[in-house]
Design a protein around this ligand. Structure first.
Ligand SMILES: Cc1cc2nc3c(=O)[nH]c(=O)nc-3n(C[C@H](O)[C@H](O)[C@H](O)COP(=O)(O)OP(=O)(O)OC[C@H]3O[C@@H](n4cnc5c(N)ncnc54)[C@H](O)[C@@H]3O)c2cc1C
Length: 391
């Protein structure tokens, strides 16, 4: 299969190739950033892009939830952060902790911009970090100018989607200078980046006919999960619940790689967080409003040590995660995407279309977690989508 096509088809839009190799990125009709890849970039990209499989070679094949030193259930001890943040505010509290204890000079992270846009900023104060709090269910390219953002003699933490962290983690092996400057990497569970088209549909559902009618769009938070809320220029506010915003609009139109992402759980980060949803009696996540909770994965010793310090100092309240066995219901989409990846990639191969090049052994190990019926359904599903021209 032509490598350039694989990289074009399965780009995550993180922007690293722009910052480091000067690759141009242009927005497609759905507002996804797409690289102008040339043949001479391919060898470099193979070492960093998630679809090239370099990171997948470093993932744990022992546990479907990936590398871990410990797993906790927790939230920020600051009740306002816990309320305003995406889940329980653990990521925001960790960033503030790092700045407060001068463990880093800044946090490279994503903030909302112009209703549903995003930009990458370096947060240097608690106030800066608080502005970034919450989930932006829209296109972000946190590595687009990472090399240009860092200042000599400073160290940083980075917060990004699992694919951003994965690309950065792989690239740092090549760049010893930048490696010394990125002290921590945090990520979150991610089911995918919704398109610009999905943003417009969401705005419409919220009663805004255009971006310019709106002054702000919040996707969740201010409760858990909170409501997707748009504020119009005339000050009126409209909102819809999480199930309707994510489930019926945003989650239906995500970037292509997101459907074939093998790491939606932040395995390459030092610490990764997800929603620790409550389950109803039928083991279905309960999206009614509660106080926010994170499932917190300390992915390595460095992450574990930081988390323990933040817990001992009282910034994060957390305890051993007792519902680990139920995570397959709590994070059903993540569980099924990982365990059926082999089946989906097989579907792509049967159709002779480009596919990400993940390690066969890894996918086969995850495959044990999915019933045969579901795997067959996924392979056939890919083939049907191909026949309908949707792949
Ligand atoms: C695109 C997307 C998909 C998600 N899918 C899932 C999922 O499948 N399962 C699940 O459990 N949770 C999902 N989440 C929510 C995420 O898991 C929670 O944000 C996580 O539990 C962290 O919660 P928190 O309260 O600690 O985060 P907060 O304390 O609110 O901090 C969130 C951090 O994420 C950063 N951030 C927000 N949006 C973006 C973005 N688009 N790109 C880069 N950085 C960003 C912010 O800058 C901030 O640093 C998703 C979030 C996003 C943005």
């Amino acid at each position: 299969m032509d490598s350039v096509n694989i990289y074009k088809e399965y780009c995550t839009g993180c922007g690293l190739c722009h910052s480091v190799y000067g690759v141009e990125l242009v927005s497609d009709e759905k507002d996804f950033l797409c690289p102008e890849i040339a043949n001479d970039n391919i060898d470099k990209l193979m070492k960093v892009c998630p679809c090239g499989g370099a990171a997948a070679k470093e993932m744990s094949d022992k546990d479907i939830w990936g590398k871990q030193e410990n797993v906790y259930l927790g939230w920020s001890s600051d009740s306002e952060i816990r309320r305003e943040a995406s889940s329980g505010g653990v990521l925001t509290s960790l960033c503030i902790y790092l700045l407060k204890h001068r463990l880093v000079n800044g946090i490279i992270q994503t903030v909302g911009d112009n209703v549903y846009g995003t930009k990458t900023v370096v947060s240097r104060t608690e106030e800066d970090v608080l502005k970034c709090m919450g989930s932006r269910y829209s296109v972000s390219a946190p590595l687009y100018d990472i090399k240009q953002l860092v200042k000599e003699n400073e160290v940083y933490a980075f917060v990004g989607k699992p694919c951003d962290v994965s690309a950065l983690r792989m690239y740092l092996k090549e760049d010893a200078g930048l490696c010394k400057q990125i002290a921590y990497m945090f990520s979150f569970f991610c089911a995918g980046t919704p398109s610009g088209t999905a943003q417009k549909m969401l705005l419409k559902e919220l009663g805004c006919n255009s971006r310019s009618e709106c002054v702000s769009l919040q996707y969740r938070g201010n409760g858990w999960p909170g409501y997707a809320t748009a504020v119009k220029k005339d000050g009126t506010e409209s909102k819809i619940n999480y199930n309707d915003s994510w489930g019926k609009i945003l989650g239906r139109d995500v970037r292509k790689i997101c459907r074939f992402c093998i790491d939606g759980i932040g395995e390459m980060a030092d610490i990764s967080c997800g929603d620790a949803w409550y389950l109803n009696d039928n083991n279905v996540p309960d999206f009614s409003e509660h106080e926010g909770r994170n499932v917190i994965f300390a992915r390595n010793i460095k992450g574990l040590e930081l988390l323990k310090k933040a817990m001992t100092d009282g910034d994060i309240i957390a305890d051993k995660y007792e519902e680990y066995e139920k995570l397959k219901f709590i994070q059903k989409y993540q569980y099924e995407r990982r365990s059926t990846m082999y089946a989906m990639i097989r579907g792509l191969r049967i159709c002779r279309v480009p596919s990400p090049v993940y390690s066969k052994n890894l996918m086969k190990n995850y495959r044990r977690n999915a019933p045969v019926k579901l795997r067959i359904k996924r392979t056939l599903g890919i083939m049907k989508r191909f026949i309908k021209g949707k792949i």
